[in-house]
Each structure stands twice: as structure tokens, then as C-alpha cells.
Design a binder for this molecule. Structure first.
Ligand code: TYM
Length: 342
């Protein structure tokens, strides 16, 4: 199966479960904007069906979905160039997911670290949707025949599973129908860590708000969180290998590099030898400079929710022009009788 026989198409998604943070921005959103500049057809999705695999208050879910859409646009996605959608408005995602539930194996799902982390010791009480989560994710991607999927490092295992599902489907039905999608995990921002603990990833579910920079934080809050970020007493090294045993220092340097569009080596060439007392204000200024316009634009867009809803409706129409024929063809391959045209 050649991976190049499909037209390049990008798909990625973010859960609208609140607290959009710097990790989501650097690991995903900012990179979506870079892809948009490459003029490849791209679809970016607010995955509300994924969000409800754990409890979501309905009102909060609506607000977070619109806020996420505002975040996409404020970060630089143009709804004319990229297709922005809310997953539940494009029914082919859930429909193809059912087919994939019948392709994926229980054992594959059980091995997923996210399933193990989220269900924990209480797996009997977790939702069936949480278990099947990666099959829906594979459907998100493959219902567009997407070939490239920019994500943060924590999604790597799910992407491998999507590849396994595409491969098994093609093999079982003896077709060359689904592309084998490529995860694109590149740059310094693909694993942003907590500001309080350099061994834990920055996460929307961390109880400490000081552990993350939210896209809704104002300039003062951003600066304060960076000033208070955990560090060590040593000066910054001049080379990347000097960061190896220093997770907090490495994290702050990675954040600086990703925000400034530089490599870690370039940043260290400039700041090597400096103390954190000097580097932290530099990072705070940079973060405020890059994030504040996004925050301001997000809240401006949130004042006009009708506009956001229209963008999502239009996005779903454009998306369905791609997904409906792919789903129909999938059903044909599987052996489902098509409706007759009348
Ligand atoms: P979610 O909503 O947890 O995260 C959205 C994106 O942000 C990235 N990310 C991070 N990157 C760097 N550092 C961090 N600390 C950090 N935290 C989150 C994630 O890697 C992701 O790219 N299952 C997905 C959503 C999804 C999806 C898809 C993604 C559903 N269907 C299809 C790609 C393709 C998720 O929960 O992401």
C-alpha cells in the first residue's frame, strides 16, 4: 500500500473540554496555522463527541466548543482557507466509527495508555465511549482520507492505532481504500510540561491552575505564572545536552523556542550562562507578546456567538461534501445495500 497515492490532506482535532492551554497552542494550534500556510487542504475539528466520553456539563460543553472555535480563529486559522468543524455536526465521523469499532480489537484498545490512565482502577465504571475513543479518532481522520495529522506527542499511540485500523480494514476487505495517516510531531512544542513539575505534561485537568498558561489568561496572569514557574538554582547551559537532567529548565527553554519559532540550540546560543532571574522576564515578555493578542481576539469573537455558529455550520457543509461519499464507499465495500435514487 503506497502512502503517497492519496492527495495530501491534513486533519486534526482538539477536545472542547475547557482550559485550552499553552500545550494545546504550541503542540497543536500554532502548528495548524503553519500547515495552513502550506496551502494543503486542512480540516480542524472541535471533537465534542470525544469530550463526552467523560462527563461534561451541557452548558459548559457548548461554551467550550464556541470558545475553542474562537481560539482556532484567534490563533490564525482562516475559516475560508481551512475547514473548521464541530464533530457532532458531521455525522459521518460517528458512522464510520461504528464500522471501525467492528475492525479494531479489544486487545488493541486495552493497551492504550490514555485508557489506562483515564479509566484507572475503576475501568468497570468507565464509559464504553472512553474505551472506544481511539476508533472514533481513527474515523475522524479517515473519513476525510487525511494523510497528515499534526498532534502533540501524547497522541502518538492513538495515531498508531488509527494506522492499524486503516491497515486492517484494507487487508480484511482486500482494498486500497484508506490511506495510512502520518502523525506529524515536530518542533520544540510537542511536549509542553507543567510549570510546577517538569516531569508532568501541561494538562487541562491539573488541579493547579498555576501549572498551565490558559489561552484565557490575561497578560499579568501569564507573567506571574512564568515568574513563579519551578526552576533549579543553576545558570542556563549553552548546549542542549546541559538540559538533560534539568526537566524544568528544559521545559522553559522549549517553550521559549516554540513561541519564538527557533530551535533549542539557537535559544541556548543567546541565553546560555544567564540566571533564571534574567531569563524568566524574557520568557514572560515573549509569552505575553505572543499570547495576549490571541486572548484579546478570542474574547472579542466570543461576543458574537452567532458568527461562530455560522462558521461551524458552513464548515460542516463543506466537510460533508468530502465525508459523505467516503462513508458511502465504505458501506459499499463492507456490503451494505445502498438506498435507491428516486
Ligand atoms: P487534546 O484535546 O487532549 O489535545 C489537543 C492537542 O493538543 C496537544 N497537547 C499538547 N501538546 C504539547 N504539550 C502538551 N502539554 C499538550 N497537551 C495537549 C495534543 O497532543 C493534541 O494534538 N484525542 C485528541 C483529539 C482528537 C484528535 C482526533 C487529534 C480527536 N480526534 C483526530 C488528531 C486527530 C485529544 O484528546 O487532544
Amino acid at each position: 500500500m503506497s502512502e503517497t497515492s492519496f492527495t495530501p490532506r491534513v486533519f486534526s482535532g482538539i477536545q472542547p473540554s475547557g482550559n485550552l492551554h499553552l500545550g494545546n497552542y504550541l503542540g497543536a494550534l500554532k502548528r495548524f496555522v503553519d500547515w495552513q500556510a502550506k496551502d494543503v487542504e486542512s480540516i480542524y475539528c472541535m471533537v465534542d463527541l470525544h469530550a463526552i466520553t467523560v462527563w461534561q456539563d451541557p452548558k459548559d460543553l457548548q461554551k467550550s466548543t464556541r470558545e475553542l472555535c474562537a481560539g482556532f480563529i484567534a490563533a490564525g486559522l482562516d475559516p475560508e482557507k481551512s475547514i473548521l468543524i464541530n464533530q457532532s455536526q458531521v455525522p459521518e465521523h460517528a458512522q464510520l466509527a461504528w464500522v471501525f469499532n467492528c475492525v479494531a480489537r479489544m486487545g488493541w484498545m486495552q493497551r492504550m495508555t490514555q485508557w489506562k490512565d483515564k479509566a484507572g482502577k475503576n475501568a468497570q465504571n468507565a464509559s464504553l465511549g472512553l474505551f472506544a475513543y481511539p476508533a472514533l479518532m481513527a474515523a475522524d481522520i479517515l473519513t476525510y482520507h487525511a494523510t497528515h495529522v499534526p498532534v502533540g506527542e501524547d497522541q502518538k499511540q492513538h495515531l498508531e492505532l488509527a494506522r492499524d485500523i486503516a491497515t486492517k480494514f484494507n487487508h480484511d476487505y482486500d482494498v486500497d481504500f484508506f490511506p495510512i495517516p502520518e502523525p506529524v510531531i515536530e518542533g520544540a512544542g510537542t511536549r509542553v510540561m507543567s510549570l510546577r513539575d517538569g516531569s508532568k505534561k501541561m494538562s487541562k485537568s491539573d488541579v493547579s491552575d498555576a501549572s498551565r498558561i490558559n489561552l484565557t489568561d490575561d497578560a499579568d496572569t501569564i507573567a506571574k505564572k512564568i515568574r513563579k514557574a519551578k526552576t533549579d538554582p543553576d545558570a542556563l547551559p549553552s548546549e542542549a545536552k546541559g538540559l538533560e537532567e534539568r526537566p524544568e529548565a528544559r521545559n522553559l527553554i522549549n517553550i521559549y523556542a516554540a513561541l519564538n519559532g527557533q530551535s533549542v540550540d539557537q535559544v541556548l546560543a543567546d541565553v546560555g550562562g544567564k540566571q533564571f532571574s534574567e531569563f524568566k522576564p524574557m520568557l514572560a515578555d515573549l509569552a505575553v507578546d505572543k499570547m495576549s493578542p490571541i486572548t484579546t481576539e478570542m474574547s472579542r469573537l466570543m461576543e458574537n456567538q452567532d458568527e461562530i455558529d455560522k462558521i461551524l455550520t458552513r464548515g460542516a457543509e463543506r466537510a460533508r461534501a468530502i465525508t459523505a461519499p467516503i462513508l458511502r464507499k465504505t458501506y459499499d465495500i463492507v456490503g451494505m445495500v445502498p438506498p435507491v435514487e428516486r
